[in-house]
Design a protein. Structure first.
Length: 652
């Protein structure tokens, strides 16, 4: 039995009051009256007041005491708990697995201390009869390590905890990303929903001013501090590079020496440009440092292979003491335009392409070959090697180049190796229709393109039609990669002249740019298709092979993967190398590098936050206890009735 309102027992004081009343109650004395006049009346009065048996008096007193007692119990609300009450000893341990938990003191990381504290909590939980334990790993994608395990599963739980720790074969289960604490609390909420008495513990190095209903256990050690290179970027002004670096120190005030070494400056493979500066870091504030090679006694910097930024500090976490900048040299893009009906339209289109893609490519001036009789140039002046992007308009060469992107506009014939057959010309008023969905036609409405003349293509082996006119393909593509024969090319055919087409103002520029980006893609881009060689752990990136495939590797972690295209996220920091055979003149293995870093937020190992996101909600469980109120009310009524009967016998 459980008492909900123990103060109700104060009503038992009424028993003492009742006894006191009985003690103070006046006693009637027996008198002998001699007068015969009042004899009958006196006799009647004496019969009424003659004391009854002691048993009846005691029964009346007992009933009144029981009435008072019943009233006191009604006020105290006694209940009998049901048999399905929540488990009193149930604990949920959330282990912060963010990059900041890799900070260490005396060779032991915060994450390892959190695991050991979780083990101690589990041992304490299982010592209680019926104790239940759950463990959640708060990584960037939280998950249950163990869910609602009891003492019979203790061995499995301890083995799972041991597997989180670093070993000779495996790294620690602590991630290099930021922890999704809110997601971890959502998992813990499912346990709290089952048992509102369950306690939730968060083992972390982050301090929370308002943790709510979560017991935050700090795994910090006194004296921990961290110096970090938070960010670095190359700034191009008048085609000259300078560098801006952001550094900070957390947990103490410190002077840092920030070094910036530039390798392969302007294509030189000799000694790098070495620059450094001393920075005073106080109050955990971010400090900015700028390096301009010319101001450091070097020469103007127009390109570089890579930049190594680093600090020397004996801090608690060394993973953010270095930073690399890649992508300081753009790939060359050589274009040849050969036409038997030269048009300023194409030259303007190529100029627009250069302006749009200048951040990705180093464009050489396009070579124009006029075959329209306005010059002495002939087909002998048309190069089939030495360029990356070939545009042939009208008159075609006898054979096609073996490498690069080849764009044939309104061809008068099919060159050797083109593998399509020309038919007759068609004239009229035509509207184009789209073929299969493709990246080149993405965002282009074929119904807004009209033709008055085109050339039919009767066969097109291995080509993929993208646009049709009267069910005839008028824009098609073929990826022709034959490694054994030394052929690495993409062929695009447009079987009409730009002069015979009526495009919406944005349709053709969109088609042309899509074609260029699809056939000659930038190898590495971010989630918004911007060129980038620096990413945070967990940040989305895209890798597109320009040839058949590419290989991604990281020597530090023994990672290597071969693929055609990749869209995803890296989970570990460091330098990743992308190697591929590009489809340019004399196919060569090209190497690009990517630097992946931890979030600047994780470098602050002493940070404080206001409150925990996704606080727990504890619902009051349904009360299935047996309430004694009805039974007490029945007993009270019975006692009152018996007491009334006894009083009636006494007085009447």
């Amino acid at each position: 039995m459980r008492i909900l309102l123990p103060l109700g027992f104060l009503g038992l004081i009424g028993i003492a009051v009742l006894i006191l009343i009985y003690l103070l109650k006046p006693n009637y004395q027996q008198k002998v009256i001699s007068s015969t006049y009042i004899w009958k009346l006196s006799l009647r009065y004496r019969k009424k007041r003659i004391p009854v048996s002691k048993l009846r008096s005691l029964l009346i007193l007992l009933c009144q005491i029981l009435v008072v007692t019943a009233c006191a119990f009604i006020l105290a609300r006694p209940v009998t708990p049901s048999g399905d009450q929540s488990i009193a000893s149930e604990n949920v341990a959330i282990i912060d697995a963010s990059a900041g938990m890799r900070a260490e003191t005396d060779g032991v990381t915060r994450f390892e201390r959190a695991v050991e504290k979780t083990r101690a909590l589990a041992e304490e939980t299982f010592r209680v009869s019926g104790g239940v334990m759950s463990v959640i790993i708060a990584s960037d994608e939280p998950y249950y390590l163990v869910q609602r395990a009891d003492a019979s599963s203790a061995k499995d739980l301890y083995q799972s905890l041991d597997a989180l720790l670093p070993s000779a074969e495996n790294d620690s289960a602590c991630t290099y990303a930021s922890a999704d604490v809110e997601g971890a609390l959502s998992l813990a909420q499912s346990v709290v929903d089952e048992n509102s008495l369950a306690e939730v513990y968060l083992y972390t190095g982050t301090a929370y001013l308002n943790p709510g209903d979560v017991k935050v256990v700090s795994v910090r050690e006194e004296g921990e501090w961290n110096a970090a290179v938070l960010n670095a970027q190359a700034v191009s002004l008048d085609n000259k590079y300078s560098f801006e670096i952001e550094v900070a120190v957390y947990g103490k005030d410190e002077q840092l020496t920030v070094s910036c070494d530039v390798y392969g400056p302007n294509g030189n493979t000799g000694k790098p440009i070495e620059m450094s500066a001393v920075v005073s870091c106080t109050g955990e504030e971010t400090q900015k440092v700028s390096f301009v090679p010319e101001d450091e006694g070097a020469y103007a910097l127009f390109s570089y292979d890579y930049v190594h930024v680093y600090i020397s500090a004996d801090d608690s976490y060394t993973g953010d003491n270095v930073y690399y900048l890649y992508g300081g040299t753009r790939d060359k893009m050589r274009i040849q335009y050969a036409s038997s009906s030269s048009s300023l339209f194409w030259l303007a289109t190529l100029e627009s392409l250069q302006n749009t893609m200048s951040a990705r490519w180093n464009f050489a001036d396009p070579k124009e070959v006029r075959l329209d009789g306005t010059t002495s140039e002939t087909m002998d002046d048309v190069a089939l090697t030495g360029y990356d992007f070939y545009i042939f308009e009208g008159k075609m060469p006898e054979k096609l180049p073996d490498y690069g992107l080849i764009f044939m506009v309104n061809p008068d014939s099919a060159p050797v190796g083109a593998n399509f057959t020309m038919g007759s010309a068609a004239e009229g008023r035509f509207t184009l229709t789209a073929g299969n969905k493709h990246a080149i036609t993405n965002g282009v409405d074929a119904g807004n393109i009209h033709l008055k003349k085109y050339t039919r293509i009767t066969s097109y082996d291995a080509y993929e039609p993208l646009l049709y006119c009267n069910e005839d393909p008028v824009w098609m593509i073929k990826e022709d990669f034959r490694e054994k024969e030394g052929v690495y090319r993409t062929i695009v055919v447009m079987s009409f002249s730009i002069n015979d087409a009526d495009f919406a103002i944005t349709s053709f520029p969109k088609l042309f740019l899509n074609m260029f980006n699809y056939c000659l893609p930038t190898t590495v881009t971010d989630g918004e298709d911007n060129v980038s060689n620096t990413f945070e752990v967990g940040e989305k990136l895209t890798i597109k092979a320009r040839g058949i495939e590419c290989t991604i590797s990281n020597a530090q972690f023994g990672y290597e993967r071969t693929l055609e295209n990749f869209e995803g996220r890296f989970t570990r920091p460091g330098t990743y190398i992308v190697k591929q055979t590009v489809m340019f003149e004399d196919p060569q293995e090209k190497e690009e590098r990517i630097f992946v870093k931890i979030s600047a937020k994780e470098s602050n190992i002493c940070r404080e936050e206001d409150s925990l996101a996704g606080a727990l909600i504890r619902q009051t469980p349904p009360d299935n206890s047996k309430d004694w109120l009805l039974y007490l009310a029945i007993a009270l009524t019975a006692f009152l009735f018996v007491e009334w009967l006894l009083q009636a016998k006494e007085n009447f």
